[in-house]
Design a protein around this ligand. Structure first.
Ligand SMILES: [Zn+2]
Length: 127
């Protein structure tokens, strides 16, 4: 990968990092500001749950973005952490913070999906 390509990814990642950090900060503010009405407790709990879940997702994303920036510094950016093959430039352009090539990512997604399936089977068996 050329230096200018690396710079392009670094800029994209730094912009993403700033955006996520800002979003996470703002959300903290909203959570503190919000005062639950007793009548709205259920709705509040649901909203809170959703907020926490998207907070989780954004924190994860932020961690991935920071890890990708670290990999740029270390010189290992663009290489799949699992199989050590180069990640395709097309994939990097779409998700510059990815740590895996498309093959390994699909494998991971599939095994996660199968995990859900066996959980369903477990629940059926339990019922
Ligand atoms: Zn791979």
């Amino acid at each position: 990968m050329t230096k200018s390509e690396l710079n392009k990814y670094r800029n994209a990642l730094e912009a993403k990092q700033a955006e996520l950090a800002r979003m996470l900060r703002n959300r903290d503010g909203i959570a503190i500001e919000k005062c639950p009405d007793a009548l709205d407790e259920v709705q509040y709990a649901t909203e809170r749950e959703l907020a926490i879940r998207s907070l989780d997702r954004d924190s994860n994303l932020l961690r991935n973005v920071r890890a990708a920036l670290d990999r740029i510094e270390e010189g290992s950016f663009g290489v799949c952490l699992h199989c050590e093959e180069d990640i395709s430039p097309k994939r990097l352009a779409a998700v510059p913070f990815t740590a895996f090539c498309i093959v390994c990512q699909e494998m991971a997604d599939r095994s996660q999906y199968q995990g859900d399936d066996s959980l369903d089977e477990l629940l059926i068996t339990a019922a």
